[in-house]
Design a protein. Structure first.
Length: 376
């Protein structure tokens, strides 16, 4: 008999950027089997598509596409469907997720150029202006909140610059949509990408795209992949009232609808943003008091996730602290930087200031324990 005793009975509080802690209400919505092509289920899909527009205050000039897979599948479906022959993509990079887009472009043979800045720096309008001297560029893509570090790129000034040059604008808003207000229409965003298991606080299993309808209409036959053909998926959802082309993650879709209702009952995106921002502020300030410096300049922090540097002590072990916290039901997140030893703490999901306070109490107690040990 195989031993499955390692499977946790405990409920963890996930302080990660997704999958994240969801509410009982969202999880309970999954306790139902539905048919992927049945009209009752397809009605729910249409309801979700409409709600995504209404929480973003979007007119019917915009439309939505749901795409099976994790967030990267949705990014790949946009990049490989939106760019047909004769197009060229500018990729702005200040972290791992920007690099992933570059990898997608490389693998699928999409003409592109990349412009990178350090991971602790934001993308600037000047960088874009210089890059757009290449007038063969037709599309620009950037990551709103780079989850690698938690840095927040200044969407407003960047979109303005890109739109002044009349480029088609793609935003990876994976870890920000639903948790940070984004004026999609005012900013002129053509394609915005996010997924079920981030700030909407649903379960993992699909991503979604909010797109300008007139852009979508031009994309027939562009795709370089069958399963990830964003146009074909859209056409099917439009023409068959919410039908996905292939098997859809029915349980996850039910959870997502519940999560959208939950977001509405919380008071909408701005209220959720306040909750996240308050937790991030308390977390970053108190961690510095305890002795963990933030990696990113505070003026660039997003309210989503924070990167902390390892302290200068020889006695610090991330693994040890991770296990200490995990035994006490909190799961934190390793770092992803090559230049610095860091770890991350996310604060999105069904978590509240009292959870962050308890975490900080534990980290303080842990630190005192380590100090006592190191002196003896
Ligand atoms: C989570 C995330 C993605 C997608 O990652 P998956 O692991 O495929 O879900 C893409 N971009 C950003 C900025 C993200 O935070």
């Amino acid at each position: 008999m195989q031993d499955f005793s390692f499977i946790p009975n405990n409920e963890y509080i996930l302080l990660t950027p997704g999958p994240l802690s969801t509410s009982k209400r969202v999880r309970a919505a999954m306790l139902k089997d539905l048919c992927t092509w049945d009209k009752d289920y397809n009605f729910i899909v249409q309801d979700i598509r409409q709600r995504l527009l209404s929480i973003s205050n979007l007119s019917q000039d915009y439309t939505t596409i749901l795409m099976q897979g994790s967030g990267s599948f949705a990014v790949e479906s946009v990049i490989t469907t939106a760019l047909g022959n004769g197009y060229k993509l500018l990729i702005l990079i200040n972290g791992e997720y920007g690099r992933r887009i570059e990898q997608i472009a490389k693998i699928s043979g999409i003409p592109h150029i990349s412009k990178s800045v350090e991971e602790c720096e934001i993308i600037t309008p000047q960088l874009i202006r210089e890059a757009l001297r290449d007038n063969t560029i037709t599309h620009v893509v950037l990551v709103h909140c780079e989850t690698t570090t938690g840095i927040l790129n200044p969407l407003e000034s960047l979109c303005k610059e890109i739109k002044q040059h009349n480029k088609i604008l793609i935003i990876d808003a994976m870890s920000s949509f639903g948790g940070i207000p984004i004026e999609i229409e005012n900013l002129g965003i053509d394609f915005l990408i996010s997924s079920a298991n981030k700030c909407i606080q649903g379960a993992p299993g699909f991503g979604f795209i909010i797109a300008k309808k007139e852009r979508m209409e031009q994309l027939k036959g562009n795709a370089k992949s069958l399963s990830l053909d964003m146009y074909a998926q859209w056409e099917c959802m439009e023409n068959h009232a919410g039908k996905w082309r292939f098997t859809s993650p029915t349980h996850v879709v039910m959870a997502f609808r519940e999560a959208l209702l939950e977001l509405e009952s919380e008071g909408g995106i701005e209220i959720r943003h306040k909750r996240y921002a308050q937790m991030q502020k308390v977390l970053s300030e108190r961690m510095e008091d305890i002795g963990y410096q933030c990696y990113i300049d505070k003026k660039y922090h997003s309210p989503i996730i924070t990167t902390f540097c390892y302290p200068d002590s020889n006695f610090f072990s991330f693994h040890d602290m991770y296990e200490y916290l995990k035994c006490r039901h909190f799961v934190i997140y390793p770092g992803k930087l090559s230049q610095a030893d860091t770890f991350r703490i996310g604060n999105i999901g069904d978590i509240y200031l009292s959870d962050i306070e308890r975490l900080l109490g534990l980290i303080q107690a842990y630190n005192q324990g380590v100090q006592v040990q190191s002196k003896s």
